[in-house]
Design a protein around this ligand. Structure first.
Ligand SMILES: Nc1ncnc2c1ncn2[C@@H]1O[C@H](COP(=O)(O)OP(=O)(O)OP(=O)(O)O)[C@@H](O)[C@H]1O
Length: 249
């Protein structure tokens, strides 16, 4: 679904990405983790072919139209510039699908609107929504694309707790249905609970990759995030609680 080989990106004398090898398959909800500035957005944009980098991305190698049918992208920037109704903006997710293919655009748009509970907002101008409502609209636009792979950059940032849980459940549901999801996340608790796999970035490389309980170890949390935390199995899955920072020298 996505294969990256030896992906490297240098900026300002620093290797932001330093030889990233990665495969993401159907049925995976992969949380991409790491401190601010570690290169998560750069990795997602490189995978999509939005920035020129060294190495190979199976997605970036596709012609643009095929790429838009292979992967949907929700960028980190949330500012909506067009004063169009929410449902029209969600419908933009269908642009890459040719009518001749017989795809049911309307049904895909309605599924996306329902999944993000945007029904009451569908006729509102997208520019007049709150930040969290705009985020849900942009997730719905990506969802309406109905691509095998969904790439989302901090999709739950700025959402209220219920909306965060619902979006994480929705992404897990997409994975359980056989799609692939790659999302950068800062909420380690929600990532631990809902992702099938976590990738921890540190200093341009993959520092850890695997099921949440093998990635969110005391050693990795101290080394990469400089925190202590408590990870345990609770009702309904893993429970992750950040506890304290570790003084850095
Ligand atoms: N075009 C560029 N020019 C200079 N530096 C860049 C460029 N693009 C990215 N960087 C640098 O690369 C690093 C990684 O940025 P990136 O946005 O990928 O981090 P991130 O992990 O997504 O961070 P955050 O969690 O804060 O969103 C940063 O130090 C950033 O300043």
């Amino acid at each position: 679904m996505l294969e990256l080989r030896a992906l490297s990106f240098r900026r300002a004398g620093r290797m932001v990405l330093d030889g990233i090898d990665l495969r993401i398959g159907a049925g995976e909800f992969v949380g991409l983790l790491g401190p601010n500035g570690v290169g998560k957005t750069t990795l997602l944009r490189a995978a999509l072919g939005l920035i020129p980098v060294q190495g190979h991305s199976s997605l970036a190698a596709l012609p643009v139209h095929e790429r838009a049918r292979a992967a949907a992208y929700m960028p980190q920037g949330r500012q909506i510039a067009w004063p169009m109704p929410v449902e029209a903006l969600v419908a933009l997710g269908r642009i890459a699908h040719p009518r001749a293919a017989g795809l049911d655009d309307r049904a895909a748009i309605e599924r996306a609107i329902a999944a993000l509970h945007l029904g009451p907002l569908r006729h509102r101008r997208a520019t007049e929504l709150s930040g969290g409502e705009q985020a849900r609209t942009l997730i719905a636009r990506a969802l309406a694309q109905e691509t095998p792979l969904l790439i989302a950059d901090e999709p739950i940032a700025g959402l209220d707790p219920a909306a965060q849980i619902e979006v994480m459940r929705l992404f897990r549901h997409l994975a359980d249905q056989g799609r692939g999801v790659l999302a950068s996340l800062h909420d380690l608790g929600l990532a631990a609970r809902h992702c099938t796999r976590l990738i921890l970035l540190g200093q341009g490389r993959i520092a850890a990759d695997g099921p949440p309980e093998t990635v969110l170890t005391a050693e990795n949390l101290a080394r990469i995030f400089g925190i202590t935390a408590h990870l345990t199995h609770g009702p309904g899955g893993l429970l992750f609680q950040p506890l304290d920072t570790i003084p850095r020298d």
